[in-house]
Design a protein around this ligand. Structure first.
Ligand code: NAI
Ligand code: MG
Length: 332
């Protein structure tokens, strides 16, 4: 049995978490859950956004599944997601985007995985404000080590999963120094993987290519800000945030999470779509080498997604969150 830290989160978080737990238990997945919450819920009950008991659990288990968290609005509340990523050096943000039969999209054969650097660049938190001159300097700090880690993660993933191509995305024509560093590291690492094709694209052209001909991309690797924007763009290519998985992976720890928010407008109604969290949980099973369980659950999910009536309302069906989960369980 592998113990996993489970962060149910806020809003629809607990509902979609219950759905995933019931599917895992029906599939006899050999994991146990250690539940530790964060966010608005723990802030209201014990005055802490990231309780010490959660940190302890994460350090012990080193693998977590996380629902969406509401970061209270207002000065002094730093994003919990950003804090967790920086606290545990979860430098790879991995976001697969694949078309699914039955889910309405403009494209048929998208199957790509985006690797976004998750801790550096414009998200380093280095801002200098000159109140008198009304000027803000937002410093983008990028390190050689940071580039190496994310680019290597992308190539190693491509290698392990039989992917054919890695595309590095940058703005080296304008951001000369960071672009040159990122590209030189990428071409060095590419030499270690001669069986994987390597190319690069400038970010603006990449956006155009992605919405025109997304089938041409396989594994994509980029820096933090470009990756943040591209990852949601890629989700849009395959049905939106309700159906895509996400993971934050470091050397010591990995947190798998639904990338949508806590959906306060539908929270408590039992109608949220659990697909994004379930797909993140399937990625987690691959991470802990439970491949058979991952494939079984994925096959059942794909079957249900191909049959609209058995899905939740956002996918055009009539099922509640738990009915959707039951439908998946019936196909296991
Ligand atoms: P949101 O993703 O929560 O909602 C946007 C729209 O998508 C809403 O209409 C919602 O009902 C719908 N939606 C989202 N997930 C769904 C699902 N699983 N099934 C069916 N419909 C779904 O984004 P919003 O409204 O901008 O943010 C709400 C809260 O979530 C904020 O407090 C924000 O800080 C937080 N948030 C947390 C994230 C995380 O923890 N990873 C990511 C994004 C937002
Ligand atoms: Mg984002």
């Amino acid at each position: 049995m592998t113990q996993i830290t489970l962060i149910p989160g806020d809003g629809i978080g607990p509902e979609i978490t219950e759905a995933v737990k019931s599917i895992f238990s029906a599939a006899n997945v050999p994991v146990t859950w250690e539940e530790e919450n964060a966010g608005q819920t723990t802030f209201d009950s014990i005055g802490e956004l990231i309780p010490a008991s959660l940190i302890t659990s994460l350090k012990k288990n080193r693998v977590a599944l996380k629902g969406p968290i509401t970061t209270p609005v207002g000065k002094g509340f730093k994003s919990i997601n950003v804090q967790l990523r920086q606290m545990f050096d979860l430098y790879s943000n991995v976001r697969p985007a694949k078309t699914t039969k039955g889910v309405n999209t403009r494209f048929e054969n998208v199957d790509l995985v985006l690797f976004r650097e998750n801790t550096e660049g414009l998200y380093s938190g280095l801002e200098v404000v000159d109140e008198r001159l009304q000027i803000v300097d937002s410093i983008s700090r990028v390190t050689r080590t940071g580039c190496e880690k994310i680019i290597r993660a992308a190539f190693e993933y491509a290698d392990k999963h039989g992917r054919k191509k890695v595309t590095a995305v940058h703005k080296a024509n304008i951001l000369k120094s960071v672009g040159a560093m990122f590209l030189s590291i990428a071409s060095e690492i590419a030499k270690e993987f001669p069986h994987i094709q390597y190319d690069d694209k400038i970010i603006d052209n990449m956006c155009m290519q992605l919405v025109a001909k997304p089938e041409q991309f396989d594994v994509v690797v980029t820096t933090n800000l470009f990756g943040d924007i591209l990852s949601d763009l890629c989700a849009g290519l395959v049905g939106g945030l309700g159906v895509v998985a996400g993971a934050n992976i470091g050397k010591e720890m990995a947190i798998f999470e639904a990338v949508h928010g806590s959906a306060p407008d539908i929270a408590g109604k039992g109608i949220a779509n659990p697909t994004a969290l379930l797909r993140s949980a399937i990625m987690m099973l691959h991470h802990i080498d439970l491949k058979d369980e991952a494939n079984r659950i994925e096959a059942a999910l794909e079957t249900i997604l191909g049959n609209k009536e058995e899905c939740t309302g956002d996918l055009g069906g009539r099922a509640s969150t738990m009915e959707f989960a039951q439908n998946i369980i019936a196909k296991l």
